[in-house]
Design a protein. Sequence first.
Length: 288
Amino acid sequence: MNDKFTSYAHPEAIVDTEWLSQNLDNPAIRIIESNEDVLLYETGHVPGAVHIDWRRDLQDDDIRDYINPEEFAALCSRNGIASDTVCVFYGDKSNWWSCYALWAFRMFGHTNIRIVDGGRAKWFAENRPTTRETPSFPATDYPVPEKRLDDEVRAFAKETLAHAEAGKPLVDVRSPGEFRGDVTHMPDYPQEGVLRGGHIPGAQSTPWSTAANEDATFKSREQLEEIYTKNLNLDPEGETIVYCRIGERSSHTWFVLTYLLGYANVRNYDGSWTEWGNTVRAPIEKGD
């Protein structure tokens, strides 16, 4: 095992590119690519990787929610994923969207989940094998989960408001400009989709990127403890809610806190700023 991983709270939840290269034909795992750029997979991907589109496959756009348990079981079944399959996620943007997909799988109770440290960028930077072929696997009979575990890993707007009013920790992982209210999206992205800029009252600003190295890998546990436990004074046993703009960047931070640092009760407010900033009478703050 990678020496860095041994210090993490859950080293079983992360693998490196070398491990992945040695397990490309392992029938016990399913490699899953999930990207912001949904066309990226077709240009080349890890051999044997299936593509899970965060919007097409995981979202129910009619009700602005996630798919139901029956639809999740069907998604897994057609991708050759069984209940005991180890799902290994990777993607672009320093693993934002692969962490988002992993978080969604966890919401349905699938616990055999891992992230590839460094994601797609590191795999390609190391000139490891790629293909444009779309794999095909025998369908499985994935059992329909009894329910989504929203209460465990997900926060809704009313819960987030109560959390804020109680003075409990909220971590805003967006860029500093978004937090201050100077902009409503990241630099170089269209400034649209939300009416107001700012942040949820009481939130602390710690961009997701503080947890990542320049090569998109995660920082060491010692560095992460410095960022979150010491500097933010977060309680590993307390309740923490993380949010961003639509839930993908905060999924990265949720993974860091939950799996790398072992925090016991972290939830992702996936409605995030696109919901909060557009909600009538939802309180906001501007500035640092």
